[in-house]
Design a protein around this ligand. Structure first.
Ligand SMILES: [Cu+2]
Ligand SMILES: [Zn+2]
Length: 180
């Protein structure tokens, strides 16, 4: 019952924020208008999680990534780009492993040597929402070996420990979205 109520509340807030964007206010609940690729994150593994990720190639190199999550359990949760843009499985296992075109080991996003898909963790507050903004030099929107389009963004059950191979021990897949 409580989950249903918070879900309805979030939907209401989302609709209200959409109107706010038209009025010219910056919003955290919708992707930035200048995003070049987006993923709509939908719930998996029986969760109520939803959100979005937005990507934009920077003129100075690298891609700017913004992620917004809502209806999620408070705490620290692993977030990755996975290798297949397929969220069809109920547990999102269809998205495969971490996107790893460089053949590296799993690591923190601050490490030079890491999976291209290693985005680290996102912190969800007591209200069930969280936001992450980062720049990655291992992903691009434009086509190429490190292109993020056609991959999937996965929001995990647990924190990424940045060490355990090859997953960071981040647990189940609570949210999944195909980048397009
Ligand atoms: Cu993952
Ligand atoms: Zn990884």
């Amino acid at each position: 019952m409580r989950m249903t109520r918070s879900s309805n509340l979030a939907a209401g807030l989302l609709a209200a924020a959409g109107i706010a964007v038209v009025a010219g206010c910056a919003s955290t609940a919708t992707p930035p208008a200048d995003a070049q690729a987006r993923a709509t994150i939908e719930s998996r593994s029986g969760s109520t999680v939803r959100g979005w990720a937005a990507f934009k190639d920077r003129s100075t190199g690298g891609v700017r990534i913004e992620v917004h999550i809502e209806n999620a359990p408070p705490g620290v949760h692993g977030l990755h780009v996975h290798e297949r843009g397929d969220c069809s499985a109920p547990d999102a296992s269809s998205a495969g492993a971490h996107f790893n075109p460089g053949g590296m080991s799993h690591a923190a996003p601050s490490e030079t040597r890491r999976h291209a898909g290693d985005l680290g963790n996102i912190t969800i507050g007591a209200n069930g929402t969280g936001r992450l903004e980062l720049v990655s030099d291992l992903l691009t929107v434009r086509s190429g070996p490190n292109a993020v389009v056609g991959k999937a963004v996965i929001f995990h059950e647990k924190a990424d420990d940045m060490r355990t191979q090859p997953t960071g021990d981040a647990g189940g897949r609570l949210g999944c979205g195909v980048v397009q």
